[in-house]
Write a protein that binds this ligand. Structure first.
Ligand code: SAM
Length: 239
């Protein structure tokens, strides 16, 4: 894994223009089944503690899920894209975010060095096994960052159900390469192509079995056809 390359790719894709567009779409996402699926999991997991908790969001993007979290003592939000992180300062449903105590860290999470047992709950939606690879060493770092009894939730893109790029997007990207100056003047948001790291269920299990997590389950979630056109595995683990 070349973590510098991953960092550069994500910074390039989640640039200022794209981050603004992503944040704008957050408002519409509130009605989506996909959004509500992830939101209710985060709500349930964060409420399951009988004390206030410290939470880590890995690849928080525009802070789409901040308002779903309960029971918060402190939220640490990490993203490698300065533009996405800037948007997370004014996330969707900001009035419903249940803490003011948010630490924003602009970094590549593979480089973070949190102290052991810093967090009760760590989550990551749409990032691992997708825009950044899922690796045993990093999962063991997460294990160390969790307090005993701490919980982890993350999604992994299913290799067999990856969304295909629409014809419109393919044409736009083609035209962008050819007529870049003209398109720039028209202010079209062009999505930069990045390498993806999806996994099969067998690969995901093989990775996770080699980690220090002994209590975990994996489930499958297919997005509704009229929303995001792919599927994820979801990992629920406990220290
Ligand atoms: C598809 S967005 C998802 C954002 C948010 N979790 C959500 O569900 O709306 C992926 C985000 O992960 C961030 N990201 C990807 N790899 C990262 C890494 N290694 N370190 C920190 N952030 C990363 C990207 O910059 C981007 O903002």
């Amino acid at each position: 894994m070349n973590i510098e390359e991953i960092e550069a790719q994500n910074k390039k894709k989640y640039n200022e223009e794209f981050a603004k567009e992503y944040r704008k779409n957050d408002e519409a996402k509130l009605k989506n089944k996909d959004f509500n699926h992830y939101c209710s999991i985060l709500k349930e997991m964060s409420s399951s503690f009988n004390h206030k908790i410290t939470i880590l969001d890995l690849g928080c993007g525009t802070g789409t899920y901040f308002h779903c979290l309960e029971n918060i003592e402190k939220l640490v939000a990490v993203d490698v894209s300065p533009s996405m992180l800037e948007m997370a300062h004014n996330p969707v449903n900001a009035g419903e975010v249940k803490t003011q105590n948010i630490e924003y860290i602009c970094s590549n999470f593979f480089k973070n060095a949190f102290s052991n047992e810093s967090f009760d709950f760590i989550y990551s939606v749409g990032v691992l096994g997708e825009l950044s690879p899922l690796e045993i060493d990093f999962l063991n770092k997460i294990y160390n960052w969790l307090r005993p009894g701490g919980k982890l939730y993350f999604t992994v893109m299913d290799i067999k159900n990856q969304p295909k790029e629409s014809l419109y997007r393919r044409l736009l990207n083609y035209a962008y390469q050819k007529y870049m100056r003209f398109i720039k003047r028209k202010k079209v948001v062009v999505i930069q192509k990045v390498k993806k790291y999806p996994l099969s269920e067998t690969e995901l299990k093989r990775i996770f079995e080699k980690t220090n997590f002994k209590t975990y389950s994996i489930s499958f979630y297919q997005s509704p056809k009229n929303e995001w056109k792919g599927a994820h595995y979801e990992v629920f683990a406990e220290k």
